[in-house]
Write a protein that binds this ligand. Sequence first.
Ligand code: AR6
Length: 174
Amino acid sequence: MAENDARVIEAVQADITKLAVDAIVNAANSSLLGGGGVDGAIHLAAGPALLAECVKLNGCPAGEAKISGAYRLPCKFVIHTVGPVWRGGGRGEEKLLASCYRKSLLLAEERGLESVAFPNISTGVYGYPKDKAASCAIASVRDTLKSCASVRRVLFVCFDGENFALYRKGLAPA
Ligand code: AR6
């Protein structure tokens, strides 16, 4: 969906490890040493050199992001961010989730990257309600893109149909 002349935000249903964008974002845990879900899929597809680089990143707090190479993946970089664990919504989860999207985009911007693909951070093992996560993600990306010059294309990569429907609705013109 076109946001303005220069920038595009779209929803796709896909496996994020297959995308040849400038950067894919990993929904990691604070150790950055791998795990299940999309994190496991990214490490599996990238190969062991990704873990070797992640060891040197010294972890990452929730709401922050770090960048690495992509090794055997078709993208150029992996941005690792750590979403909040959902604890009912009163523990700053929304701010932390918005921060994951913002900090990831700002890292991509710092590197001069053009296209960034996000998974639905925190909506798997971390239990964030999918509808609330989608509104938060869309609002944070729209807001952050206002201060980006190099990032021009953002993909919300949905693995399941429920998330894909939520993002298509959330991105549709009012
Ligand atoms: N491509 C795109 N999305 C995917 C893929 C894929 N290949 N595989 C899963 N998803 P989760 P979280 C979706 O659990 O909730 C890990 O163990 C999935 O359907 O991967 O942030 C980490 O190490 C869901 O919508 O991440 C952490 O410990 C979304 O990715 C913890 O899980 C996120 O689900 C992080 O939990």
